[in-house]
Design a protein around this ligand. Sequence first.
Ligand SMILES: O=C(O)C(=O)C[C@H](O)[C@H](O)CO
Ligand SMILES: [Mg+2]
Length: 403
Amino acid sequence: MKIVDARVIVTCPGRNLVTLKIETDEGIYGIGDATLNGRELAVVAYLEEHVAPALIGRDPSTIEDIWQFFYRGAYWRRGPVTMSAIGAVDMALWDIMGKAAGLPLYKLLGGKSRDRVMVYGHATGHDIEGCLEEVARHVELGYRAVRVQCGIPGIASTYGVAKKPGERYEPADSSLPSENVWSTSKYLNHVPKLFQAVRERFGDDLHVLHDVHHRLTPIEAARLGKEVEPYHLFWLEDCVPAENQAAFRMIRQHTTTPLAVGEVFNSIHDCRELIESQSIDYIRATLTHAGGITHVRRIAALAELYHVRTGFHGPTDLSPVCMGAALHFDTWVPNFGIQEHMPHSEETDAVFPHAYRFEDGHFTPGEVPGHGVDIDEALAAKYPYKRASLPVNRLEDGTLWHW
Ligand SMILES: O=C(O)C(=O)C[C@H](O)[C@H](O)CO
Ligand SMILES: [Mg+2]
């Protein structure tokens, strides 16, 4: 089998999504997600100029060699743009090989380690009461695990909280970055009250999660971890920016709240120190941004040695193609923890018909050969690209801060 075409499809059924489609001389094709939120066209250019032409004529079954060609063979290694491009190629090749073998991807990877994949949903509210209503709605829908993000008294808007009650929050909400204001002291005073209220209303069985979005310093994160210990969070996510990996050792010494990190990581080298020092509990690197199945399974294997489990990033800025492939990976990977789930819009689901299904707080990937997600190109063409940017965050005195 030979690759005869590799094309990039950009569509915006509510938000921008980038798909690589690789076609073979045997009529089998595979697709991969290359969406890098707010930087979509940078990956499109990388794929079109440096990757797609070099794929033509290759044997799609040489997945490892193709991965090495685009990673090791490139002088400029790593980084989110390069690794998202490689991730899309890799996902599409695994899709092709699944279709050629007539096997769903999880069987190619080594078969089922579980019957279904537990996911967590997103509850956001402007105040604690609003959050509790949203958590209740998720419980009603069957979710066993819910991430809870709350507006902070005295702060006008916070990233990660929907703009209006009942709406979903949208990660990239305007053409140029909008601005939020941040107060660490107001936030730290509020969050323990939120989780106390969640436990009082929903009891001990519901898994609850929280995302800090990298906004704290290590000592502040240590305080938050300690103060929410009585509420037994499933995890505290991205409590500090992870460039300084040694910071996590200090946080770890102060709290037993489990720590998750890695949605912005793009290679095993971003994860290595955190995993080897046993400073984290969940690794969130995703198939799209961290070089596809071929690379993320190396990360998962390293993590397994240190009792670290997977908790893949799964917001709407990753397309259903990534979600489908991730659910196969989650079904197979021995050290699975949880999978994030933000439902895509109806328009997005129509552009990407898929085999995966939600039931009772869990997903199953389906039995369709490959990753089980397709693209309706005619429908995709009806939604042209629209520039969208992630917001920025400033302290109350105007200082630009982590978001
Ligand atoms: O889903 C999460 O945990 C996020 O933090 C969402 C991210 O902010 C979003 O994917 C940025 O593109
Ligand atoms: Mg996050």
